[in-house]
Ligand binder design. Structure first.
Ligand code: ADP
Length: 435
């Protein structure tokens, strides 16, 4: 109400002046005055109305573009300026929130696709584009089943049974395995969430292979032992020689199982990343002397074994783990080198790095096998490995020990001529000999 009176006060003043002029002068002059003032007022409003209309028609409604006004219009344009300022602030906040949402969804490791009630792609994040081989700019609005065409997926989408995810092994462009979850929401709309599970699937396959391998490795000696036990229990005649032979063979098989279990335990300890390496100064020369002695008793005079220690440099690491790695390479050299062959165990220093290597004149390894030798249970010749007491885990253990010591394994070999296994230790692991 007060606004109306404030706005009307000018008009009341004009009417008052007109009345005074009427009384002092005459009616004609007073009415001329009134007409001029009213005309001026109408012109004033028309001018501002035109300015407002032009502003409303503009595409940019920035603060600076608001026209200047006078009189009552000054207030109107001031209100308009306040409204524009508040609007642009809320728009800025909205675009910031949108930008943040976009950044979050782009950084998400999962793919997200929003599907409408007709399974058309409304929106998706970059990860979903990667997982499903789609392109939002080109494929937006398309039915997802035109793009992800696998029957499995089409049936999954149509089934409306979304409690379990679908594992899709062959996606459109990439050789990846994805799991797809569908979450229905709103009015028949769906949220499709994709996750790259290639790594998990590989680990799962490795786990399955590992269990199958271990079971296979244990089954053979167990079958042999079970067979002998049956023979012994059925054999009524006491035949000491025969029984002795059987007991020797049973002991061999149990030793084989024991070796396997021991290697498995070593491997699982090494793989347990939580257990940190127990670092000590290891006197390599003395450790290699011990390993040399073991090698000689394992070879039992069948090979010419040499020990060459060219440096007294010591190593920072775990003595037990290093003994196991070096020992495995030396025992392999003995087991894969025919009688009278040459084997050398060496410790040297080159360009500040420590080099341990075992060279043999054994059967050698074909080049195609070399990259796979450190895989668990990978063997070039299964029967030779087993006959010589191999578990197929030796080089896998070596690889783990070396990883924990930041050392590198190099294998070079020639079939029929022999092999050389180098281990390079980084400079930071070398410790100058005690003086
Ligand atoms: P294994 O217990 O079978 O010896 P390893 O993991 O120690 O298992 O070795 C894997 C395979 O690598 C062996 O089965 C063998 O075929 C090959 N190999 C390892 N060392 C040698 C070597 N010095 N000469 C020839 N072949 C070797």
């Amino acid at each position: 109400m007060s606004d109306i009176w404030r706005r009307a006060s000018n008009l009341l003043l004009i009417i008052f002046i007109t009345a005074v002029l009427w009384m002092i002068l005459d009616a004609v002059k007073a009415l001329v005055f009134l007409s001029i003032v009213l005309l001026w007022m109408v012109f004033h409003h028309i001018r501002h109305l035109v300015a407002l209309e032009r502003w409303l028609q503009r595409s940019d409604h920035s603060l600076a573009s608001i026209p200047a006004g006078s009189g009552a219009w000054d207030d109107v344009f001031a209100h308009l300026a306040r409204y524009v300022r508040a609007h642009s602030q809320s728009q800025q906040l909205l675009s910031l929130a949108l930008e943040r949402m976009r950044n979050v969804t782009s950084a998400m490791p999962d793919g997200i696709v929003i599907l409408d009630d007709d399974d058309r792609i409304e929106w998706c994040n970059p990860m979903a584009e990667k997982h499903l081989g789609i392109n939002l700019a080109l494929d937006g609005g398309q039915q997802i089943t035109y793009l992800v065409r696998q029957m499995q997926f089409v049936e999954f989408l149509a089934s409306r049974q979304y409690s379990n995810p679908l594992i899709l092994r062959q996606t459109r462009q990439h050789d990846i395995i994805v799991s797809l979850h569908i979450i229905p929401y709103g009015f028949n709309q769906k949220l499709l969430i994709s996750r790259d599970i290639t790594r998990f699937e590989k680990i799962e396959t490795m786990r399955r292979d590992f269990i199958a391998n271990v079971s296979h490795e244990l089954r053979t000696p167990l079958t042999v032992v079970a067979g002998f036990l049956e023979t012994l229990s059925e054999d009524n005649q006491v035949n000491p020689d025969f029984n002795k032979r059987i007991l020797v063979l049973m002991t061999e098989q149990t030793t084989r199982m024991q070796r396997l279990i021991e290697d498995l335990l070593v491997l699982s300890r090494l793989e347990n990343a939580q257990e940190k390496i127990k670092e000590k100064t290891v006197n390599v020369a003395s450790l290699l002397h011990d390993i040399f002695q073991d090698a000689q008793s394992l070879s039992a005079g069948r090979h010419h074994i040499k020990l060459n220690i060219a440096t007294q440099e010591q190593l920072l690491g775990s003595k037990e783990e290093l003994r196991s790695a070096f020992g495995n390479l030396v025992s392999n050299a003995i087991r894969y080198t025919p009688d009278h062959g040459e084997i050398s165990i060496n410790w040297e220093k080159h360009n500040g790095k420590g080099l341990f290597f075992v060279q043999d004149s054994g059967i050698g390894i074909e080049a195609e096998h070399i990259p796979r030798l450190t895989e668990r249970f990978y063997r070039v010749d299964n029967s030779r490995s087993r006959e010589t007491g191999g578990t197929g885990l030796g080089l896998a253990i070596v690889k783990h020990v070396l990883n924990r010591h930041q050392a590198k394994l190099e294998i070079s070999s020639q079939v029929g001529k022999g092999s050389r296994f180098n281990i390079w230790f980084p400079t930071k692991r070398l410790i100058a000999p005690d003086t």
